[in-house]
Design a protein around this ligand. Sequence first.
Ligand code: COA
Length: 382
Amino acid sequence: MTTSAPLSPDAFARGLAGIVAGRTAISSLEGDLRYRGYAIEPLARAGDFEEVAFLLLHGELPTRAERDAFAARVSAAARALEPAVIEALARLATACPSATPMDALRTGVSMLGQIERDALPGSREALLTQAERLLGQVPALLAVWCDLAAGRPVGPWPDGPLAAALLQRLTGRTPPADHVQIFGTTLVLYAEHEFNASTFTARTIVSTGSDMHSGITGAIGALKGPLHGGANEQVLEVLAAIGSAERAEAWLAEQFAAKRVVMGFGHRVYKDGDVRAKLLGTMCRAMTGGDPGAEALEQLAERVESLMLDRKQLKPNLDWPAARVYHALGLPVAVFTPIFVVARMSGWTAHIIEQIGDNRLIRPLSLYCGPAARDYVPIAAR
Ligand code: COA
């Protein structure tokens, strides 16, 4: 008995490219990038992550009072990380010295799910509370992991906006206002991007009736890959491997000959350049001007950009300038993708709530390409 008619090979899109897999009211890439209808440029220039996270979760920009109350709840969650999770991460740091901050976040969120599920039912209000708590807990987890991995005592979560607090925890210094501003801009730019691989993973997981923390745990795993969020860490390795603008041409030729992709370039949706990369690239050059070391890196980046455009007609994506900004802020490479997690937590949780609010199981079809029908041979006769 067959369950459906054979599929036409034309029905198949490799990597789901170009397939509309659902509806969302959270962000749009049609024409330009907008969060809940607002163009990305002014949101990014304001650089207020809490404002954007509120917008993504609640659908409207907050008033000052709403924003401050939201930020206070997120900050309270960051300060009140469950000791059981810290203890578990401490054991992980000792037992697995090779564990990365991304491993620690995935494990930590999974543990938080165990604790949160005991306390909260699954209503929309409860989901919003879980989302707000995750927005604070995850950057705190990252900071705790960095302390543990370095063998330091776990420090307290500082007061103030999330961008300033996280930057302070990760660098060990009170950051100047211009550093907080551009770091906040990167969080806003990384916050949301409709049906990217990790968001789609999260939506698929909760479409089965599973819980928010399972969706986020899966999303972190999806983001980790170098074709998605992991690219921002690899960008710095690319720049380090090339070393200088003079070596760029030969280095790229080697990559092309070996059919290797160059991290930080290309995008599944933006075929004529990523608006976020353009915006942050300009800010990065303005920020690093006057510092000879950083200027040399910018010259190298510009050379790579022009060669990629000339040889491959490819433009940079957001990870290309974001990696340089994080490097200029004095952040270690191992926290680049985890910072993306901190920011995208806002988009992921908004999508999970949207999916649960209007759910239908996500279950696509596949085009069979295996052996033709054949008869089973009992094991004794093989
Ligand atoms: N470097 C070199 N070549 C690249 C490339 C890159 N960064 N990105 C795409 N290409 C090539 C592809 O190999 C392909 O070549 P082919 O036609 O000879 O096979 C061609 O350009 C078209 O690729 P496309 O179909 O547009 O890519 P995709 O939509 O399947 O993949 C990415 C999109 C993002 C996965 C891909 O561009 C990539 O791997 N980029 C590097 C990783 C990265 O920066 N990821 C972060 C994304 S925000």
